[in-house]
Design a protein around this ligand. Sequence first.
Ligand code: PHE
Length: 381
Amino acid sequence: MKKFLVLLSVTLVVLAVATTIKIGVVLPMTGGISAFGKMTWEGIEIAHKMMPTVAGNDIKLVLLDNRSDKTEAANAVARAIDKEKVAAVLGEVASSHSLAGGAVAEEKHTPMLSSASTNPLVTQGKKYVSRVCFIDPFQGGAAAVFAYKKLGAKTAVVFTDIQQDYSVGLTNYFMKAFRKLGGRAQPVFYNTGDQDFTAQISTALAFKPDIIVITGYYPEAALISRQARQLGYKGYIMGGDGLEAPELISIGGKAVEGVYLTTHFHAKAAATPMTKKFVEMYEKKYNKEPSALAALGFDDYLIMVNAMERVLKANPDLVNDLQAFRDAVAKEIRNTKDFEGATGKITIDKNGNAIKSVIVDVVKNGKFDFAGIVNPDEIPM
Ligand code: PHE
């Protein structure tokens, strides 16, 4: 009998250890904004290596490529949930992708934790979709404060990609805050994939701006900067987090020297002990400075696993009930409080949003350099 019990408990332990929890990762690994997917994946992989299990269960990552496409973004989330039976989804990056994918996660009652999507609508009215980054009313406000107060800019033209929810939103929040501070602002519009911005730049120059603000992503921002300089524009250029990819610099060259951008992280603005640890692990593996997206990917994974851990500590059996586990994790994510991540101390509020400081970078000698920090209480809302 004793022997039998020992055997039984050994078997049970083995069974418990053998459980694998799958987490889907949906990112743009190919297509227009593939730099975003690659950087985010680097951070997630490092975090997975650091913490490969949760409450004694192995974690398996399933990476799905949304090909930088909205429809694919929704399809990939559906595939992760229905075919791969993931417990949760990490991603996506572009707000329009998170909106498309998030609608699927919400409908299928599966937690999704975006690392980098900043448009307010991504989480609005949802129970299953949360994020580890700040939202664009903050980001746009911080950019306006920096432009108006630190740079002394009084007139702004805002280049807006009308195909991206992120860009349209950020333009509105920037202009609102900039006007509230006393500045004058006017938008001009373009489409994702555009190559020639001569018409918009002519319109912009007629406005005599102190600053050109670009609220889209790096491929177009690099070209807008180049063409604006070629056409004689001498003022400031600034953008949002969508500019932060090495490609901005490799495509933009000299034209992007001095470009300011708001973002989530800089290795020089070490926020927590975890920041240091992350930077060390990253530099050891990749031999370069980590990007904001890698840091956000790292935090995204850790916060998800942390929520899973709290759920399984309270109720270990949930690991065998996929849907109940998904429901519990989605709720628990919003109980994240003062989590020390690479990008700072993270608290996720009841609406699924994180409130954090905004970092300002400047392109200097072909690199993203730290230029400042704007805290939430400095922003006119
Ligand atoms: N904030 C952007 C969006 O919502 C995504 C992004 C974040 C891109 C950080 C680059 C760096 O679409």
